[in-house]
Design a protein around this ligand. Structure first.
Ligand SMILES: *Cc1c(COP(=O)(O)O)cnc(C)c1O
Length: 368
């Protein structure tokens, strides 16, 4: 397997599949494969980025203006906020800091595709706990999976790629069972799109102050539409965040990204409008495909999940032929981002033709 690499590489790394980005859409296709925001940057953001022209200078190493701003919002101290070049970068920092060889990292599966790779790179062992038939975390089973080798647990709400949230009640009983010295990362990349009032809210978990082992991750990539600038953040105990700061590659967060994040926070009313708009499109899409006979999980992010199973690659092909690039997970299902209104209409039309082809009793079909 590794004989084609001309230098010696750690076996765990050589065994990893080379990174492949979701397909780039052709000029006339809609790219709904990366959960990106279909809107232009929020008002003021492009000007804010343009104002940062000292490209010969390194950025402020800790993005302190943004840390102060977020600290105010969360009612925490600035040291209880950590900024990274995307929240995936922060995930990597935590896993590297907490889980070396022999250590275990527990997360739901299927969940965010980046998790297994981050654990492998750190040298740790992934413990993947199957999600339920309706795409939800099985938090009982996740708590049961904790051993004395567990160093990190990742909880993803809403779950990428299936869509459902973890409820606050579920999270509370889960965290009560987790040893207090195990780091729990609550990945809330899609938090802003959540409309279910029962959903866990990392801000409330932190405000309760009972669990200093919980760190909340959020990002400017999805709702705020800054995926291209790479900026996200963690909120939690400052000594826990120090561990991530220690494994971070210094100076990765650019001044342009920090400025864009600050300007995005200034544009809160416009953000709320857009998020509400995407959530409405999402709910309309969910209702439309359910009416067609699809059985799909609750969708609380900016994406929906079609459990196409063995038909996944042919279904993805049908979407592509119809001008929509989706994200297929072979043998399992298809994740489709909620994009432009016109793109959503296309998705609904193509989904109607696919559901017809699924055999009776298929996991993606509702019982007649
Ligand atoms: C998109 C996403 C992230 C964040 O990505 P960044 O662009 O690195 O901030 C984190 N977690 C999940 C589950 C995601 O889907």
């Amino acid at each position: 397997m590794t004989s084609d690499i001309p230098v010696r590489i750690r076996p765990a790394i050589a065994a990893l599949p080379p990174y492949k980005q979701g397909r780039q859409a052709g000029a006339d296709a809609f790219k709904l494969s990366s959960n990106e925001n279909p809107f232009d940057p929020l008002p003021g953001v492009v000007d804010a980025v343009r104002s940062q022209v000292a490209l010969n200078r390194y950025p402020d190493a800790t993005a302190s203006r943004l840390r102060h701003r977020l600290a105010e919002r969360f009612g925490v101290a600035p040291d209880e906020v950590h900024i990274g070049s995307g929240s995936v970068a922060i995930l990597a920092q935590f896993v590297l800091a907490a889980a070396g060889p022999g250590d275990e990292v527990v997360y739901a599966w299927r969940s965010f595709e980046a998790y297994p790779g981050l654990v492998a790179v750190a040298g740790g062992t992934s413990i993947e706990v199957p999600i339920t038939a309706d795409g939800r975390h099985d938090l009982q089973a996740m708590a049961d999976a904790v051993t004395d080798r567990t160093r990190v647990i990742i909880v993803c709400s809403p779950n990428n790629p299936t869509g459902p949230i973890v409820t606050q009640a579920e999270f509370d009983s889960f965290i009560a069972r987790v040893p207090a010295d195990v780091l729990v990362i609550l990945d809330e990349a899609y938090f802003e799109f959540v409309t279910d009032p029962a959903a866990v809210d990392g801000e409330k978990v932190l405000a309760a102050g009972a669990h200093p082992n919980v760190v909340v991750l959020r990002t400017f990539s999805k709702a705020y539409g800054l995926a291209g600038l790479r900026i996200g953040y963690a909120v939690g105990n400052s000594r826990v965040l120090d561990a991530a700061r220690s494994t971070a590659i210094p100076l990765s967060v650019t001044a342009q990204a920090e400025e864009a994040a600050l300007a995005s926070l200034d544009a809160e009313p416009a953000l709320k409008d857009r998020v509400a708009n995407i959530a409405e499109r999402r709910d309309a899409l969910v209702n439309a495909v359910r009416d067609q006979g699809w059985r799909i999980p609750d969708a609380q992010g900016n994406f929906v999940w079609l459990a196409t199973g063995e038909q996944t690659m042919t279904a993805a092909q049908a979407f592509e032929e119809g001008g929509v690039i989706v994200r297929p997970f072979a043998g399992d299902g298809i994740r489709i981002s909620v994009g432009e209104a016109e793109a959503v209409d296309k998705v609904i039309a193509i989904a109607a033709s696919i559901v017809e082809t699924l055999p009776e009793g298929h996991s993606g079909r509702a019982l007649a």
